[in-house]
Ligand binder design. Structure first.
Ligand SMILES: [Zn+2]
Length: 136
């Protein structure tokens, strides 16, 4: 069985940046790429905020050029797109739509709840598993 990340390391400043992005994007959902490296534990080294192409309250999609740009930037820095962040105007649990995209993008998904003011992280590997958020 392929090992899946059990934790993701973010700094206090990454979390503050993501929370601000989520709040600034209200009433819409926000999203960002988390560039980093690691297998069992993913360490995020950079947050790359992207615009939500859908400008929607309950869903998000990333413009193709932004996605390409994120992968290019990660490669230049010898990092991976190790995580995908988005916000929810509800509990930070993956929706059924999220679950489908998580299956296609098996990286760590970090969700911030703008109503509960908290983060949660998840990964899809046959099923959805919680991932511990370690703050440094
Ligand atoms: Zn979602």
């Amino acid at each position: 069985m392929q090992s899946i990340p059990s934790s993701i390391v973010l700094t206090q400043s990454h979390l503050a940046q993501l929370e601000k992005h989520a709040r600034d994007s209200l009433p819409n959902e926000s999203c960002a790429f988390l560039l980093g490296a690691g297998a069992a534990q993913v360490a995020v080294s950079e947050v790359m905020v992207v615009k939500n192409a859908q400008a929607d309250r309950v869903s998000f999609s990333v413009p193709a050029d932004e996605l390409l740009n994120a992968y290019k930037k990660a490669e230049e820095k010898k990092l991976q797109v190790a995580g995908i962040f988005h916000s929810h105007p509800a509990s930070p649990k993956p929706s059924s739509t999220d679950a489908r995209f998580m299956e296609i993008n098996p990286v760590v998904w970090v969700i911030y709840s703008t109503t509960e003011s908290r983060f949660a992280a998840w990964i899809h590997s046959d099923q959805i598993y919680p991932v511990e958020i370690v703050v440094r």
